[in-house]
Design a protein around this ligand. Structure first.
Ligand SMILES: Nc1ncnc2c1ncn2[C@@H]1O[C@H](COP(=O)(O)OP(=O)(O)OP(=O)(O)O)[C@@H](O)[C@H]1O
Ligand SMILES: [Mg+2]
Length: 227
């Protein structure tokens, strides 16, 4: 693994009952780098992302974030670190159904005690950037899947995270919208030095990354991408 990595997972193992989801996966990402995780369904991509984000505790192996071993932190300390430094776009159930889209995007800021007016101002800016201003007052049940994903991307970026974890961030988007979302994530990475780890099945999406990592049978292998 490279010395200047921001986040590194080493030799990660994770089983769910008899199913071995990770069997010694290692991966790292640098500030400003977009890494695409690819691989067949069930190969361990989401589990790897969840371990790297400190959401799932690996059975074996370590995750280092800026010199901190995530599994050595208490649960509240790890949650606080996640809220402050990480942003998430997940495959399923990412928005809170009872809140409006604006409130959903403002939520991570409110959890950090940013005053409501300021949080909503910043949330509105991100909804604008993702071109979903018109859904601000609607609830997630009243918008399309693609709009929901863009709202979720806005929510992931609103706090100015250092690492963004994205699981199929463009799955429900048509190709034009998908490219726009990828460009936003890539711009965030290159402009603000954010590290982006994203799971995708689409080579077209992976083409926006700096590096591709193939996950197969719970192991990760880096492919050097021809730029
Ligand atoms: N919470 C869980 N309980 C039981 N088994 C799980 C759990 N999460 C994942 N698995 C199993 O672990 C393996 C890896 O799952 P994972 O979700 O990481 O795959 P994936 O590569 O993200 O697949 P997909 O591309 O379909 O999203 C699969 O066999 C899956 O069934
Ligand atoms: Mg998955």
């Amino acid at each position: 693994m490279t010395g200047d990595a921001l986040l590194t997972g080493t030799d990660l193992h994770k089983s769910f009952g008899p199913t071995q989801a990770l069997a010694g996966a290692s991966v790292s990402v640098r500030a400003g780098e977009v890494v695409a995780l690819m691989g067949p369904s069930g190969s361990g991509k989401s589990t790897l992302l969840h371990c790297l984000a400190g959401i799932v505790r690996p059975d074996q192996g370590q995750v280092h974030y800026r010199g901190i071993e995530l599994t050595s932190l208490s649960d509240p300390a790890r949650s606080a670190l996640r809220r402050r430094e990480f942003g998430f776009v997940f495959q399923f159930g990412q928005l809170v159904p009872e809140l409006t889209c604006l409130e959903n995007v403002a939520l991570p800021l409110r959890l950090e005690r940013v005053p409501r007016r300021e949080a909503e101002r910043r949330a509105t800016e991100w909804l604008d950037r993702l071109e979903v201003t018109d859904v601000a007052g609607k609830r997630p049940g009243e918008i399309s899947g693609g709009q929901g994903q863009r709202v979720a991307v806005a929510r992931a970026l609103v706090t100015g995270p250092r690492v963004v974890f994205a699981d199929e961030p463009t799955g429900a988007l048509d190709s034009l919208n998908g490219e726009r979302v990828m460009r936003l994530l890539a711009d965030a990475a290159r402009g603000a030095g954010v590290a982006v780890l994203l799971v995708t099945h689409e080579p077209r999406v992976a083409a926006y990354s700096d590096r591709e990592v193939v996950v197969r049978d719970g192991r990760a292998r880096s492919l050097e991408q021809v730029a």
